[in-house]
Write a protein that binds this ligand. Structure first.
Ligand code: MN
Length: 228
């Protein structure tokens, strides 16, 4: 078989304590999944069902690589998030069976052009340019569930140049991982290789070139990213 354009490469995530790789199919993201973050963004956390948006697989930035500050924004924010990687999918998955779909977990950053997102919200336009831009999702190596289990209570934190900006706990998530998988599978057919960014605790803020962003989730992984 020959191709009329170069075949796009697979995005492959490394796995802790393994020489095997996780191929990424889709990247889903959950909006406003921590009450304190919903409030800091001007929303009432009690009245909202979960909602989803997407990034592209090739927006993922593997551990050890830099985050290039994107064009057309002067207000790029960090959002540290628990990332869920699926080994199994389907539609209408029940919360009770949802965790059987999980291969492992990682920590990731949902970098956001907050100024473009604010414009999009104000004019009822989509978030794609605010969220799904190049290199917008640094991610740590995956840790499989046979090592990490299913973390539900660990601290989730992010520092910029050694100063703590975000400091939450996974038990503050409004929609828990099994519920997220169940809700998402009502809207989309999930499949092996899908990853889900599960929302950020409060304390989001801007980064600038030269910043060193460090983040982690207790019992999962940690990640350092330089903004260049
Ligand atoms: Mn986010």
């Amino acid at each position: 078989m020959s191709y009329v354009v170069p075949v796009p490469g697979l995005v492959l995530l490394p796995i802790i304590d393994s020489d095997r790789l996780f191929p990424v199919r889709r990247v889903y993201c959950v909006g406003r999944n921590y009450a304190a973050h919903a409030i800091e963004m001007g929303h009432d956390p009690d009245r909202e069902a979960p909602f989803f948006f997407q990034k592209n697989p090739d927006n993922l930035v593997l551990s050890g690589l830099d985050f290039p500050y994107p064009p057309l924004s002067g207000d790029v924010h960090h959002e540290v998030e628990l990332v869920v990687a699926l080994k199994q999918g389907g539609s209408d998955i029940s919360p009770e069976e949802a965790l059987e779909c999980v291969y492992g977990y990682a920590v990731g950053i949902d970098f956001t052009r907050r100024d473009l997102q604010a414009e999009a919200k104000a004019s009822g336009k989509p978030w794609a340019a605010a969220k799904a831009f190049e290199h917008s999702a640094p991610i740590s190596p995956l840790v499989a569930t046979d090592i990490a289990g299913h973390p539900t209570t660990g601290r989730i934190w992010l520092s910029v140049n050694g100063e703590r900006r975000q400091d939450g706990s996974l038990d503050q998530m409004i929609w828990k991982v099994p519920e997220i998988i169940a809700e998402l599978s009502k809207l989309f057919t999930l499949a092996p290789g899908d990853v889900i960014m599960t929302g950020t605790p409060s304390g989001v803020g801007a980064v600038v070139r030269g910043d060193i962003v460090s983040c982690g989730i207790d019992g999962v992984s940690a990640l350092d990213v330089k903004v260049v």
